[in-house]
Ligand binder design. Structure first.
Ligand code: NAD
Ligand code: WQD
Length: 336
């Protein structure tokens, strides 16, 4: 199928583009490059050994998006475009609501006009807020304890898409709730390239390993977890990418929701240790105060995806650290 990838020049989108192509689909990337660059797309082309269709566009521009649908004739869409920095969303709520919500509304209107009603949406574990129980299944309560506008945009978009599918026949929508994506393509040619100081743990650890930053700050060691540090379900980005290909192959009428995670939690100290093994030295860290809004522990039950999508994460934390280190050490300043 011809698959339009909004936000396809970003961290997760580039890896999905590779997986799609390797599985016989044709990715069409649409991205405004607000948090990415054209050379990421060139790297995807380098991995695949062939050109990939790319359009620079803010998808809130529905006229421009309409023109792309007319020429490219996509048969399905994977919608990743949006802003994702939690702290920034607290400081700039309107920018987050405008970008994330209005880009989705613009997209689904254009899709509907063109009779394209197959959609996969990048949702997030953040919709579960304060977890009701662990491991999280898709039936767990959502919305309670969401602590930032970014998380609310994911919650609201899920609802908008459910309302749309209830109102209009023909939609096949998969809401994929990602846990913590980490790692890079095994070639080391694409990976995560955050602007400024990384908010997330793995890219921060990678930059300390590369000597770009001095010391990892561990946010709290007094949680009720295995070693007192926060526990998360880290999923290799290539497993996540393959999850999208499976979701595409198993779309059903209406809306279906899936957790994409491994089902296993790792602590901050376990990640630092694993990355140290991958880069061949002990990484310096200090314990600092808890980060406001952080949860002690979160990990998913990946059973529904295993049964209905026939998909399971197969890569380990060690694989993720190895691939992340290859990307970081061969591209110390990210994409140039
Ligand atoms: P990213 O910032 O690397 O990729 C998002 C891409 O969207 C960027 O290339 C950006 O330029 C583009 N974009 C933003 N607004 C746009 C617009 N209006 N029109 C066109 N393009 C636009 O982020 P990512 O980590 O690859 O995340 C992809 C998606 O997955 C996002 O929706 C994010 O919320 C979701 N997600 C990410 C994580 C994570 O930890 N990385 C976890 C859960 C969910
Ligand atoms: C992981 C663990 C931190 C940085 C966030 C978003 C979530 C989702 C993924 C998009 C926690 C600890 C971190 C550091 C640390 N994004 N940590 N020092 O918070 O689980 O999720 O990204 O949907 O919405 O909230 O991921 O990587 O920031 O943190 O000790 O410098 O690492 O306290 O325990 P998080 P993270």
């Amino acid at each position: 199928m011809r698959i339009l990838l909004t936000g396809g020049a970003g961290y997760i989108g580039t890896h999905i583009a590779v997986s799609l192509s390797l599985n016989g689909h044709e990715p069409i990337i649409v991205d405004d490059l607000s948090n990415s660059c054209k050379s990421a797309v060139s790297r995807v082309e380098e991995i695949l050994g062939k050109p990939v269709s790319f359009h620079e566009l803010d998808i809130r521009d529905s006229t421009g998006l309409n023109a792309i649908f007319e020429t490219e004739k996509p048969q399905a869409v994977i919608h990743l475009a949006g802003l994702k920095a939690v702290g920034e969303s607290v400081a700039q709520p309107l920018r987050y609501y405008d970008t994330n919500i209005n880009s989705t509304i613009s997209l689904v209107k254009v899709m509907s006009d063109h009779g394209v009603r197959r959609l996969i949406f990048s949702s997030s574990a953040t919709v579960y807020g304060d977890p009701e129980y662990l491991p999280l299944t898709e039936e767990a309560c959502v919305g309670l304890g969401i602590s930032n506008p970014y998380g609310w945009t994911k919650f609201m978009i899920e609802q908008i898409l459910r309302d749309l599918a209830a109102a209009e026949d023909g939609w096949q929508i998969s809401l994929l709730r990602y846990f913590n994506p980490v790692g890079a393509h095994e070639s080391g040619l694409i990976g995560e390239d955050p602007n400024g100081i990384p908010n997330n743990l793995m890219p921060f650890v990678a930059q300390v390993a590369a000597g770009r930053r001095e010391c990892i700050r561990v946010f709290g060691q007094d949680y009720d977890t295995v070693d007192g540090t926060g526990v998360r379900d880290y999923i290799h980005v290539m497993d996540l990418a393959e999850g999208h290909v499976s979701a595409l192959n198993h779309l059903v009428p209406g809306v279906a929701t899936y957790n994409l995670g491994t089902g296993t939690g790792s602590s901050v100290l376990e990640i630092i240790e694993a990355f140290g093994q991958a880069c061949g030295r002990t990484l310096p860290y200090e314990i600092v105060d808890r980060r406001p809004g952080d949860l002690a522990s979160t990990y998913c039950s990946p059973e529904k995806a295993a049964q209905e999508l026939q998909w399971k994460a197969s890569r380990t934390i060690e694989d993720a650290c190895r691939d992340s280190w290859l990307w970081q050490s061969t591209n110390p300043d990210g994409y140039l």
